[in-house]
Design a protein around this ligand. Sequence first.
Ligand SMILES: Cc1cc2nc3c(=O)[nH]c(=O)nc-3n(C[C@H](O)[C@H](O)[C@H](O)COP(=O)(O)O)c2cc1C
Length: 175
Amino acid sequence: MMKNQLLSKVYQVLEPGPVVLLTTAHKGRANIMTLSWHMMVEFEPPLVACVVSNRNHSFAALRATKECVIAVPGVELAPKALRVGNCSGRNVEKFERFGLTPAPAERVAPPLVAECFANLECKLAGFVNKYGIFILEVVKAWTDPAQRNPKTIHHHGYGRFVVDGEMIRLKSKKG
Ligand SMILES: Cc1cc2nc3c(=O)[nH]c(=O)nc-3n(C[C@H](O)[C@H](O)[C@H](O)COP(=O)(O)O)c2cc1C
């Protein structure tokens, strides 16, 4: 028998992940937020749609500078990702507070996150005001060869994460 589910909890069954960290740089200050509401919208050039609430400090920075980095953390960074997502750059220097290392990007001003296994330098390609959806073009992508088998984390609400599991390979005609 199916059970009635609260509409307010629907996001918990559809959260796509992987959880990412989004960095911005505004007025000489770098900031970082946690984000799990994103989706790919084009192969090449790669376009990614991200929902950033206008209540977040990162929102104004992204609107003003039109640049960010999407950094993908492995499971070992889950506690930090949660803490980064539970405070605001309005009153916290998050890189320092959480022991994350900003590294220079090549094509954008916001920093890479050195501890993450992938970092995507992005420029704003579009914006849907009503929903706070930022369409971001990835202009430069980095992966860390030292992190061989990174396990992404997928948020299920209130600090519960599913960790990326076993990979299976099937024959497919389409990528
Ligand atoms: C696991 C997790 C996922 C989150 N996903 C999003 C998201 O997709 N969009 C968003 O606007 N905020 C999201 N948040 C909340 C922001 O990360 C949070 O409000 C953050 O502190 C904003 O920082 P800022 O004010 O420095 O920009 C998430 C938080 C957590 C813990």
